[in-house]
Design a protein. Structure first.
Length: 318
């Protein structure tokens, strides 16, 4: 049996899962359900245009491709699309083109080796779109330690934040207390931990180490008969961690903390989360069938808070 921490390549493996009965995917990814949620959030805040840059590998191709489907669904036109070689050294031509486009949103669907220089170059150029969305890297504490207050307003793909749930706070305490901020990961850690919880719960429920019986326990879990993990009640949907089990999808650096601005994908519509985002600093009671009773929402800031010049010389970050 194989529990895959899928990310790049996940949209392709989705269609293969019926033929892979021993594979269970625990991570969120582009169309499960990050970009549909991102598109709704941005559209709800009035975004009409987007400029997309992406790393020229499977990760970038998948994320840009899914954005090309989800953004137009929400009335967001893509006005620029640029591929980034993995070893790119100078992103200024891409950032200048994005700046000239006047797009409301700039997306960098890439890894830290591209996201961090893109952020630093944006600071250098004074490029400050209404929303700056980064891929892996933005979700880590090291993004803040590298850029300091300049991270304010940056958007990225996350799973949780402080206050998402007591269980997730306890996990964060175990992983992060006494450690450098750099090691904090507000996306993957709940899913990695949940994968271990699933193994433990399934073995205990099966009462054996027989792989087929353990697999049957995992596959048969459901909303009515879930396995308990750090995420709360947990189950899979055709081999994918059910969207209702995701603690969330999108985060933003607000007051120098990475704050969650999306709720889990629910049995209700995701529009409920978007509606809540229109309210300022409200504590909202969630329906009783949801995983956790409370969540704090913050509005998307109107623009990023890049200073007029970089806080640090750009070349010191990379």
């Amino acid at each position: 049996m194989y529990k895959r921490q899928a990310e790049g390549g996940a949209t392709q493996i989705k269609d293969m899962l019926p033929s892979l009965p021993h594979v269970f995917v625990t991570l969120s990814f582009s169309d499960w359900y990050q970009l549909p949620v991102l598109a709704e959030i941005l559209a709800a805040k009035g975004a009409k245009t987007a400029y997309i840059s992406y790393i020229a590998d499977l990760h970038g191709i998948e994320y840009s491709g899914v954005a090309g489907i989800e953004f137009p669904k929400q009335g967001i036109d893509i006005v620029g699309l640029k591929s980034l070689p993995p070893d790119i050294k100078d992103l200024s031509p891409v950032l200048k083109d994005a700046q000239t486009s006047g797009a409301d949103i700039f997306c960098c669907f890439a890894y830290p080796d591209q996201n961090m220089p893109a952020c630093g170059t944006s600071m250098e150029l004074g490029y400050n779109p209404k929303a700056w969305v980064g891929g892996p890297g933005v979700n880590f504490g090291f993004y803040h330690t590298a850029f300091g207050p300049a991270v304010e307003g940056l958007l990225g793909f996350t799973a949780f934040a402080r206050g998402s749930s007591p269980k997730l706070d306890e996990m964060a305490d175990k992983l992060y207390e006494g450690k450098p901020e750099d090691v904090q990961d507000w996306w993957g850690h709940p899913y990695y931990w949940a994968g271990l919880d699933i193994w433990k719960a399934a073995i205990e429920k099966a009462g054996t180490l027989d792989q087929e019986k353990i697999r049957e326990v995992i596959a048969s879990a459901s909303a009515e008969n879930p396995l308990e993990t750090v995420l709360g009640p947990t189950w899979f949907d055709n081999g994918l961690l059910a969207k209702e089990c995701h603690p969330g999808e999108i985060g933003q650096w607000i007051n120098l903390s990475l704050i969650h601005i999306s709720e889990p994908t629910r049995l209700l519509s995701i529009s409920y989360a978007v509606f809540c985002l229109k309210k300022k600093n409200y504590r909202v009671r969630r329906p009783s069938h949801l995983l956790y009773p409370y969540s704090i929402f913050h509005p998307i800031t109107s623009s990023l808070s890049f200073p007029t010049r970089p806080l640090f010389p750009t070349h010191t970050h990379y």
